[in-house]
Ligand binder design. Structure first.
Ligand code: CA
Ligand code: CA
Ligand code: CA
Length: 278
């Protein structure tokens, strides 16, 4: 092999390694079954479209695929296709803490989620996985979450299949370089329910009320302070039984005013993100 050929080969090797330094890295979190009750007391809406287990997260995997990252969230019932633009009932939010620096990033979540993130875990980007069309989602974000818009990232592709949603996210859309290692981030994986007819200040998520209804979760408050989160991954994300109570405690720590359109009186629950074991 001539010197020139060796040189070009070396350049190619260095180039491909620098582009895909962490390609193949994979993280798996688990979540206990049967804790799809938010703070422990939420009940599903009564309409049969909300099949038992639909909002019960069982696992989440994150895999570096080179120029993109694949997120797979699994739950305890198959995804259904009756009325939604792409599927029926799930909305998943995945908050990412890139730098693990206190107060660096957002503590506020997507409007209508009704939780705050611990300042120690402040997030840089959130992956928004919702069954509505991209124009509809963007319209809602422009209207209700314009101040967070540049940090709300829509997947380039979502595949609803079996008991899972698989979302592909371009690294370029996350604003991260080739040196980013998914093992260094924190993750907040939240399960909500999507609706095409959300409250005035809610980005396409279904609300929880005091009493369950045809299309309303029960067990919360008729005011606006209760988390609209059915399930989430907590603590070490290893799926152990103790994580059920940890979630219930985290999501119960809220106070709600009486007015569903008035959020001033509310004290929101504060959640912590999950960090992979190094
Ligand atoms: Ca669960
Ligand atoms: Ca951060
Ligand atoms: Ca959970």
């Amino acid at each position: 092999m001539g010197n020139k050929k060796v040189f070009i080969t070396l350049i190619l090797i260095v180039f491909s390694f620098s582009s895909f330094l962490f390609a193949g890295e994979k993280i798996e979190f688990k979540d206990p079954k049967g804790d799809d009750k938010g703070p422990g007391v939420y009940t599903y809406p009564t309409n049969p479209i909300y099949v038992a287990g639909s909002f019960d997260i069982t696992s989440a995997t994150i895999e570096d695929k080179g120029d993109k990252i694949e997120f797979v969230v699994k739950f305890a019932a198959p995804v259904s296709f009756n009325w939604g633009d792409y599927w029926d009932v799930h909305q998943v939010q995945i908050y990412l803490d890139f730098d693990k620096v206190k107060d660096s990033g957002h503590t506020e979540t997507i409007p209508g989620t009704q939780v705050l993130v611990d300042p120690e875990n402040a997030w840089e980007k959130v992956i928004f996985i919702d069954p509505h069309t991209v124009p509809k989602i963007n319209g809602e974000i422009d209207l209700k979450a314009a101040h967070l818009k540049e940090d709300i990232v829509l997947p380039s592709k979502i595949k609803p299949i079996g008991k899972s949603l698989k979302a592909t996210v371009q690294k370029a859309d996350l604003g991260i370089g080739d040196d980013a290692d998914i093992n260094d981030w924190g993750y907040g994986v939240l399960m909500l329910s999507a609706t095409g007819f959300p409250g005035n200040w809610c980005v396409l998520m279904r609300r929880v009320n005091e009493y369950q209804g045809d299309h309303r979760f029960g067990g919360g408050a008729d005011g606006a302070g209760d988390p609209n989160v059915a399930d989430m991954i907590v603590d070490n994300g290893d799926g152990s039984e103790d994580e059920i109570q940890i979630q219930y405690d985290m999501l119960s720590n809220y106070e709600s005013g009486m007015d569903p359109e008035e959020t001033e009186d509310d004290k929101l629950a504060v959640i912590k993100l999950v960090y992979p074991k190094q």
